[in-house]
Write a protein that binds this ligand. Structure first.
Ligand SMILES: [Fe+2]
Length: 146
């Protein structure tokens, strides 16, 4: 719960209103239940993270996050992905580290980002994305570091 609160705090700083949805895990701010997955288009919204399962401490590797990887998300002025944010949290740490925020221009920018990352120990990588119609969605992967 602390992770989610920390991420939500960052998302609110990034410009979300308190009533915006946070839906990938099935919850919204305020505790309301989200509509069925088919109505929300989960396959169009959950950010897909591509990252190695393991890495060496201090050595850079790449993480790619894409929204609409299997089912394309609309990309119009009226309905588009506004941004993707990446975070890392080291195992056992209460702190969440922002890795980057990537803003997209509707109709021209495809919501996919790749960035180099260096970790010092085992960590969880979190990706958030914001659709201007359907709100905030998240995903995460764990990376073992030796
Ligand atoms: Fe959407």
């Amino acid at each position: 719960m602390k992770r989610r609160e920390a991420l939500l705090g960052s998302a609110i700083v990034a410009g979300l209103a308190a009533g915006d949805s946070f839906a990938a895990s099935g919850k919204r701010l305020g505790g309301a239940i989200i509509p069925p997955e088919k109505e929300m288009g989960i396959e169009k919204h959950v950010p897909i993270i591509t990252a190695p399962a393991s890495a060496k401490a201090g050595e850079p590797f790449t993480i790619t996050v894409e929204v609409g990887k299997t089912v394309p998300h609309p990309n119009t002025l009226e309905h588009h992905i506004k941004w993707i944010q990446l975070y890392a949290q080291y195992e056992g740490s209460q702190y969440v580290i922002e890795l980057g925020t990537f803003n997209f221009g509707p109709t021209v920018a495809h919501p996919k980002v790749t960035m180099p990352v260096m970790l010092q120990s085992n960590a969880t990588i979190y990706a958030l994305e914001h659709c201007n119609i359907h709100g905030l969605w998240d995903n995460s992967v764990e990376i073992k570091v030796s």
